[in-house]
Design a protein around this ligand. Structure first.
Ligand SMILES: [Ca+2]
Ligand SMILES: [Ca+2]
Length: 183
């Protein structure tokens, strides 16, 4: 297979994602989307794509997995970088992928761990788990993120396959996608 440049892959992924994310996103929003290989060792929750859309009022994150199930015991964490000059993400949103799960947005340290004494932030955000479409969709108000000019993110899904713990990151372990400005 011909090796595409990173930019070309991102553009191709963005093109493909239009049909997936659809018209729910504002037309003028900036987005980043990347495909991820089926590389999570037999996990149903293998991440196949990660997309984020930075709109005027909120940032929407879409995690496409292989086979999202209501019985899933897996969890996802979306790491959100709002200040490029400070190492690591400023926020993280953790959620289970099973039906009726809890989720929480919290502040992070430069080492990608929760900030000391961090509590779930009291602001407007939600996670929707779409089992038929195999997507987890998180929508976070920009006010939660202190109205950042630009946002970039990384996602990690942790699942158990037999006795093994499988971690699947997109676009890579502790690697952010491209920065996108508010649309
Ligand atoms: Ca994957
Ligand atoms: Ca940062």
């Amino acid at each position: 297979m011909k090796q595409l440049s990173r930019t070309a892959r991102i553009l191709a992924a963005a093109g493909l994602s239009i049909g997936l994310v659809g018209l729910a996103a504002p037309a003028d929003a900036a987005r980043y989307s990347i495909d991820d290989p089926a590389d999570a060792g037999g996990s149903n929750n293998d991440v196949l794509a990660f997309t984020y859309v930075h709109g005027k009022a909120n940032v929407r994150f879409v995690i496409d997995v292989d086979d999202l199930r209501a019985s899933s015991g897996a969890g996802a964490t979306i790491y959100i970088d709002t200040r490029g000059g400070r190492p690591g993400p400023e926020f993280a949103l953790g959620t289970g992928l099973g039906s009726g799960t809890d989720y929480a947005l919290y502040r992070t340290q430069s080492n990608w761990r929760p900030a000391k004494g961090s509590h779930p932030i009291n602001c407007d955000y939600q996670v929707k788990l779409k089992y038929k479409a195999d997507k987890a969709v998180a929508t976070v108000s920009r006010e939660c993120l202190r109205m950042p000019k630009r946002v970039r993110a990384s996602v990690k899904v942790v699942d158990s396959v037999g006795a093994k713990t499988v971690r699947d990151w997109a676009p890579g372990a502790k690697k952010f996608g491209l920065r996108v400005a508010a649309g």
